[in-house]
Ligand binder design. Structure first.
Ligand code: SMG
Ligand code: MG
Length: 369
């Protein structure tokens, strides 16, 4: 494939409501979009890195720099021999920076699939036309505010609720939501590393609420801690931040550190590694689901395609566009009986809307390939 140009475009979109996690509050989403131009196609992807290194060590300014100065030059060296399948091995000498590698691989894969008329879903092996949608509900100022938010999401049709938790906002909100909305609602929590093993007894207080899973209670590098915690609580442990590769997934499963995995392509270097994690987990009988990083329609389209693979058996954090943005950068993803439709067009299968894009653009950098 011959790439002619790569554009890095910094955009900023207001969120419809602030999103608070154990590591901070976001009121807008800032990201870098990558547009890969070839002779016959244009591939798009968005970087999951955030402005500050709080979810993980990656952050947006560093990502732009590593893409420009370290990743693109290595891809340029491949010349016309470049394919999406060669991106990860070509970039392997550069340590870490999975989100930066992922956005490049994804934009190149989008261009490649558009050139050949194949959708992400077909390419990855999706077996479903629609995928069940969950929603991630941030930490709020009061339990009343939380109950109103959850009620609204359930009324829209979301099939699963995830509550963000942290010390001081855990047992009481979970109890309130479970008591108010009943035993049948699919409910889970995400701590984004806010606890330690010393909190095991406290976290066991969540056991009676029949949660689907507890996501990433402890530090990302603490696999043994998670394996130990798994023996002390009955809620299944799901890992997010800890899993950066299929090898990590195999290690975590073998250690007993998790029995469910949140797959985020951005966190693991792209959709090809994400599919390998899906496969490794499936081989171990471990279910997976698709996480989210507040993606616009560009990133959401590819995530929804991935979530169509057979072992994505739990609803994902793949919510409708209006959960995040008043105006998305693509035609909005909408809930249909609690599901999102897997795009069927070539590549990511959605068009970027030029006017919407213009309104949110902060800077544009072009790199001639
Ligand atoms: O895309 O709906 C979404 C956000 C889902 O909770 C979500 N993501 O740890 O799983 C997670 C968080 C990380 C992102 S916070 C900006
Ligand atoms: Mg998480």
């Amino acid at each position: 494939m011959k790439i002619e140009n790569i554009e890095l475009r910094r955009v900023r979109l207001p969120l419809v409501r602030p999103f608070r996690t154990s590591f901070g509050t976001a009121v807008e989403r800032e990201t870098t979009l990558v547009r890969v131009v070839t002779a016959n196609a244009e591939g798009w992807a968005e970087c999951a890195a955030e402005p500050d290194p709080l979810y993980s060590s990656e952050f947006l300014d560093a990502s732009d720099l590593v893409i420009r100065d370290h990743l693109i030059p290595r891809l340029q060296a491949l010349g016309n021999g470049l394919t999406a399948e060669k991106v990860a091995t070509t970039l392997e000498p550069v340590k870490g920076h999975f989100m930066s590698k992922a956005v490049l691989e994804t934009a190149i894969l989008d261009a490649q699939l558009k050139e050949t008329g194949v959708s992400f879903g077909q390419y990855l092996g999706a077996v479903h036309d629609t995928v069940p949608a969950g929603v991630s509900v941030g930490i709020m100022d009061s339990i009343d505010e939380l109950l109103d938010a959850v009620e609204g999401y359930l009324a829209e049709g979301y099939l699963r609720i995830k509550l963000k938790i942290e010390p001081g906002w855990d047992i009481a909100p979970v109890r309130a939501v479970r008591e108010r909305f009943g035993p049948d609602m699919l409910l889970q929590v995400d701590a984004n590393t806010a606890y330690t093993l010393a909190d095991a007894r406290h976290l066991a207080l969540l056991d009676p609420f029949d949660l689907l899973l507890m996501e990433q209670p402890m530090k990302e590098d603490d696999l043994m801690g998670h394996a130990n915690l798994a023996k002390l609580i009955s809620t299944p442990i799901c890992l997010d931040e800890s899993i950066e590769s299929a090898r990590d997934a195999a290690t975590a499963i073998t250690l007993g550190a998790c029995s469910i995995i949140n797959v985020k392509p951005a966190r693991v270097g792209g959709y090809l590694e994400a599919r390998r994690i899906h496969d490794v987990a499936a081989a171990h009988g471990v279910p997976v689901w698709c996480g989210g990083m507040l993606e616009t329609g560009i990133g959401r389209a590819a995530n929804v395609a991935l979530a169509g693979l057979p072992n994505f058996v739990l609803p994902g954090d793949t919510s409708a566009s209006n959960r995040y943005y008043a105006e998305d950068l693509t035609a909005p993803f909408v809930l249909e009986k609690g599901h999102l439709r897997v795009p069927t067009g070539p590549g990511i299968g959605v068009e970027v809307l030029p006017d919407a894009l213009k309104r949110v653009t902060v800077t544009t950098t072009n790199i001639t390939f």
